[in-house]
Every structure is written in structure tokens, then in C-alpha cells.
Design a protein around this ligand. Structure first.
Ligand code: PLP
Length: 392
């Protein structure tokens, strides 16, 4: 009755856990939310005011599918300066959120039977979209022992004549890992002569605690074959606005814009105008958010490491930690479920990010220090009481 491809389409467990947590809350349970990946801050006032002003100015109509010309120009200027590359407005497509760049670019690139390499554990939508399009999803394992970076030799071995796409994500969801400059350089050297694209998911590029973000697009020959996926959700606490953009070669940008014509027609006009203001105004608000995330990171890492059987690396970016819970003797899926049902702590099992996430949990620390401490303390109680029971 329904198309077979629907069986191949995955989902994002974070939304399912959020729904379940809300259900428990409605029944009177007190829940600490450490599951969903969105800043708990409000969108900065200058951006909200820009949207109101744009509404009043009449930005309430259709606009060109690839985006308002002045918005594309602003994004091109921002990306050129920020990533140290030279891009034109024609390279930019404005889309509703960061996700559509992945969906549209993959639709434009992948044929059935092609291969796409993606990080695992990784953002679950990569594997979902690759499989949905009938391509082969080839995972590259990110190992804790390697600071959750990928092994470039292993990546090289996975590239075949059918590989058309490699997805990179730095800073990374769910591990908070940041790909070192030298690794990106080597990946660029290995791939630039090959007939494939790199989709570089850089939505967390501004949430970085040590050093500066590097885009693979900045290495020689890579601009033409890299798709930079970026957006406003995380940097400016704008998850509900749905605003993002892709930067890619002009031919691919035209394909992606045509997909947008067929799908959403265009991205909301007044929201694009607000997004323009977000990029051009002083960046004090996002900087403050990052400083606060860093403080919370330190609190959650210390708290988790104080639980017997749990080890947690200190991530260099994004707002997630990915502790190894295998030492507790509790399966990670079971632990995530029990923490929500019995302790009211909403977290995700590592397996929500692929098979190599087994044995880990993902915490989003985009929540107050108070709530983080409460969540960690409830988890400690649960793990310790489980240990006592199993010793008996
Ligand atoms: N890419 C990664 C790695 C993410 O973690 C997310 C959201 O969690 C997205 C893309 C999607 O962002 P948006 O909500 O702007 O579509």
C-alpha cells in the first residue's frame, strides 16, 4: 500500500524520547531533559526584532528558491571570511533548517547502488537519508580511544569506485569530537582527485572550546567538491525558526534550488532577513552562550566521571557528551530507558546514533547547571543501587 522506500527511512530518536518524556511529565513526573540537542537560551533580541521589522516591511511573499539575493550575498561574504575561502552568492542556497541541505544534496548526488560513507556513531539522519535513496550506507567507526575522530587510513580503505559521498561532521554530534586540522588535510589529499563529494556538516562550527574550526573546503581543490551544511539553529538558539544554508558549487546549487522549488518553493522571507541580521550584528550573544556551554561541559564531565563504571571524555565542541557506560554492567539501551522511566532523566542511548554507539549514552548539556547536576545525581543513584542489587 505504501512505497517500499518508506521502510528504509529512519528517524531521530531524540524526538521520540522527548515525546515520551513529555507524556511522563503530563502524568506528574519531574523530568530532567538532557535528550534534545537544542540551546535552552532564547533567540537574541536583535534577531527577533529584525524578524518583526521584516514582517512590518512586507517580507511576507514568495522569494527566489535559492534565497533572497541580499541574504545569499551576506552568507557568501560571511562564509568566505569565516572559512578562509572565496565563495559567491551563486554558491549559496538558503533552506528551512540545516537538514534540508543534506536531503537535497544527497537527492541530487546519489544514485541507487552508489556508496556513501558516514560517521558512526553519528547524526542518525545521514544513514537514514542514504538508505532511503537506495544507496549503500558505509559506516566509518569513531573510536573513543581515538578521541572520537575517524581513522583516515580506514576511511581510505572504504573508498571504492562506487563511493560518491563522504559525510564529515565537526564538531560532532553525538561525541563532541573535533576533527584535527592535520586529519582534514589528509582527507582532502586523499579525496580531491576522486569523483566524489564531501558533505561537511558544520552546524556546530561556532560551538568550539579550543582552537578554531577548519572547513575541509579550505584545502586546495576542495571548494568545488565540498558541500558546507550550516545553519542558525545551534549558533543563535533558533531551532524553531527553521533556517539554514548550504554552500556548494554552482551546478549543484542550481540542482538543490530546483529541488527546493519542487518541495517548499522557497525559505520564509522574513526569517531570512532576520538571519541576515544575525550574521552581520556583533556576535556577543552567541559568544556568551558558548562560554556558558563550556562551563556546563566541565560540570557534566566531572559529574559523570564520578559515577562508578562510567568514563567520559572532555569534548572540544558542540554541546554533547558521550560517556562510556559499559563499566556499569547495564546495557546502554536499557540504561537510557530505565533512567527515564524510573528516575525521570531523559537521555539517549548511543545506539540512537548507529550500531557503534552501543555501550554509550548521549547527554545534551544545553540545560542549566542545576538541572545537569540533578540529572547526573539521579543517574548516580540508579547505577549505584543497580550495583548493590547485582552484588547481592
Ligand atoms: N546536523 C547535525 C550534526 C545536527 O546535530 C543537527 C541537529 O541536531 C542538524 C544537522 C540539523 O539542524 P537543523 O535543526 O537546523 O535542521
Amino acid at each position: 500500500m505504501y512505497a517500499k522506500r518508506m521502510k528504509r527511512l529512519g528517524t531521530e530518536t531524540a524526538f521520540e524520547v522527548l515525546a515520551r518524556a513529555k507524556l511522563l511529565e503530563a502524568k506528574g513526573m519531574n523530568v530532567v531533559h538532557l535528550e534534545i540537542g537544542e540551546p535552552d537560551f532564547d533567540t537574541p533580541a536583535n534577531i527577533k526584532n529584525a524578524a518583526i521589522e521584516a514582517l512590518q516591511q512586507g517580507y511576507t511573499h514568495y522569494n527566489p528558491s535559492p534565497g533572497l539575493p541580499e541574504v545569499r550575498a551576506t552568507i557568501a561574504e560571511y562564509i568566505s571570511k569565516d572559512r578562509g575561502i572565496q565563495v559567491k552568492p551563486e554558491n549559496v542556497v538558503v533552506v528551512p533548517g540545516a537538514k534540508p541541505t543534506l536531503f537535497f544534496a544527497a537527492l541530487a548526488i546519489l544514485e541507487e547502488g552508489d556508496e556513501a560513507i558516514y560517521p558512526n556513531p553519528g547524526f542518525p539522519i545521514y544513514e537514514s537519508v542514504i538508505k532511503f535513496l537506495g544507496a549503500k550506507a558505509v559506516p566509518i567507526k569513531l573510536r573513543e580511544g581515538n578521541d572520537f575522530n575517524l581513522d583516515v587510513d580506514e576511511l581510505e580503505k572504504k573508498i571504492t569506485s562506487r563511493t560518491r559521498l563522504i559525510i564529515l561532521n565537526s564538531p560532532q554530534n553525538p561525541t563532541g569530537g573535533v576533527l584535527p586540522y592535520e586529519q582534514l588535510k589528509r582527507i582532502a589529499e586523499i579525496t580531491y582527485k576522486k569523483n566524489l563529494f564531501i558533505l561537511s556538516d558544520e552546524v556546530y562550527s561556532k560551538i568550539i572550546y579550543e582552537g578554531k574550526h577548519t572547513s575541509i573546503a579550505a584545502f586546495p581543490g576542495m571548494l568545488e567538491k565540498t558541500i558546507i551544511l550550516d545553519g542558525y539553529s545551534k549558533t543563535y538558539a533558533m531551532t524553531g525558526w527553521r533556517l539554514g544554508f548550504g554552500v556548494m558549487n554552482e551546478t549543484l546549487a542550481k540542482h538543490v534550488a530546483r529541488l527546493q522549488t519542487n518541495c517548499t518553493s522557497c525559505t520564509n522571507s522574513f526569517i531570512q532577513r532576520a538571519g541576515m541580521k544575525a550574521l552581520t550584528d556583533p556576535q556577543d550573544e552567541p559568544r556568551k552562550m558558548v562560554a556558558e556551554f563550556k562551563r556546563r561541559r566541565d560540570v557534566i564531565v566531572e559529574g559523570l566521571n564520578s559515577i562508578k563504571g562510567v568514563t567520559c571524555l572532555k569534548p572540544k565542541g558542540a554541546f554533547y557528551v558521550f560517556p562510556n557506560v559499559s563499566g556499569t554492567g547495564i546495557d546502554s539501551d536499557e540504561l537510557a530507558k530505565k533512567l527515564l522511566d524510573e528516575k525521570g532523566v531523559a537521555v539517549l542511548s548511543g545506539t540512537a546514533f548507529g550500531k557503534y554507539g552501543k555501550g554509550y549514552l548521549r547527554f545534551s548539556y544545553a540545560n542549566s547547571v542545576e538541572n545537569i547536576k540533578e540529572g547526573v545525581s539521579r543517574m548516580k543513584e540508579y547505577v549505584e543501587s543497580h550495583e548493590k542489587k547485582s552484588r547481592r
